[in-house]
Design a protein around this ligand. Sequence first.
Ligand code: AMP
Ligand code: ZN
Length: 469
Amino acid sequence: MMYLYNTLTRKIEKFVPLNPPKVTLYTCGPTVYDYPHIGNIRSFTNNDFLKRTLIYFGYQVTHVMNITDVGHLTGDNDSGEDKLEKGARSTGKTVWDVARYYTDYFFSVLKKMNILPADFFPKATEHIKEIIDLIKKLEDKGYVYQTPEALYFDVSRFKTYGQLSSQKISEKISGAREEVYIDPHKKNPADFALWFKKVGRFKNHQMHWPSPWGDGFPGWHIECSVMSMKYLGSTIDIHAGGIDHIPIHHENEIAQSEAASGQKFVRFWFHNQFLLVDNQKMSKSLGNYYTLDDLQKKGIEPMALRLLFLQSHYRQIMNFTWQSVKAAQEAYNNLKNFVLTLKKQKERTSLSQEKMAKINNFLSQFEEALGNDLQTPKALAVMWSMIKSNIPSTDKLDLLFTFDRVFGLRLNEITEEEIPETVINLAKEREKARKTADFKKADRLREKINQLGYRVEDSNQGYIIKKNN
Ligand code: AMP
Ligand code: ZN
């Protein structure tokens, strides 16, 4: 049984999909103009915890994640320039090259983070026809007006506009700063662009297509409505994204989709909180960001970052520190050691009633934590106490692998590195020496092992040999 917080109703609700056991899931994807930072990665990883939990509970998930390769301006509310064109200008490449490069890079990040791939990764540039068709439909229904520069969705025509963020149109500020551009012909600051014409500030835009309203390119929000409805149907079960998308992007998606289809667009809205650095949002514009490569250069594995993300609930703000990510790396090392040690202790000791009850208890605690709005920190705590418990090693390993279907920490891929015979024998001798309290000899042997480029680490589960980095 799953309960999820729904931004639309501001309540934790029992999750029942429209057509069980099928679940339709749409997660807003990346704008492929730069390297994703670990704040973006937190969002994508949290969505993956959600998807894996749904699969764990037996749902058949169809997942769409769009790739925004055109039309996302530097301001979400139609201000600034196109992020991709900006990226191209600063690198001297074409927009198409920029998009291709960062799309490939994004996929490599998904792989490194062990994020399950979506069933569909539609690109905005490959759906221009569908985008134009949807705008035409909105135009026929009277939701659209045109200025010399763009086509806008008239939010005053959509009576429930603002329902997701509970903002009234009159309260909507356009976030106007001096450098922000506002079309003087726009009727209402909350109206948003469906199509930009290749005129004025966009005269030199590299990406453009013919349309009934002249050459141009789509606004950012329309692609998500198009792709969600095309691949998943008019009404979907869950739509996910970062909390920054609530007031503009997702509000606009609802307006466009529901105005066009006359149906409810999304049943559950799932929003991720931010990753902060020094208590400020990690972002490109503030320059206070780190990438996965920055972390790897400091010896932090992607799986340690994944473990760090699990330690915070998705609706909780998380403050990034090097200290916490290093601690997560150590915890991940311990976890790997446990797995290796448990694998060696394959023997199944007899299972008492009491131990059997414990095993079932760990499993139900784990499921309860995840079923209760994805309490990953609690689920992790269950894992650590299970590891420390006295249940048989084989059952520990089984439970770890079961838990890892949601955690996704690649625990079943952990293997012992090839260690030379001589080192193994030295370690065995050292263990013998330790057991007979001949610590001098044990230290001497440890030193020898070190000289061969290896080290022995002791844990209460036994010793582990590791290659020095
Ligand atoms: P973008 O590629 O800029 O469209 O962003 C991708 C995703 O990352 C969006 O869902 C954003 O909400 C999310 N995001 C951006 N900054 C952060 C942050 N500091 N912490 C968590 N998520 C973020
Ligand atoms: Zn979106």
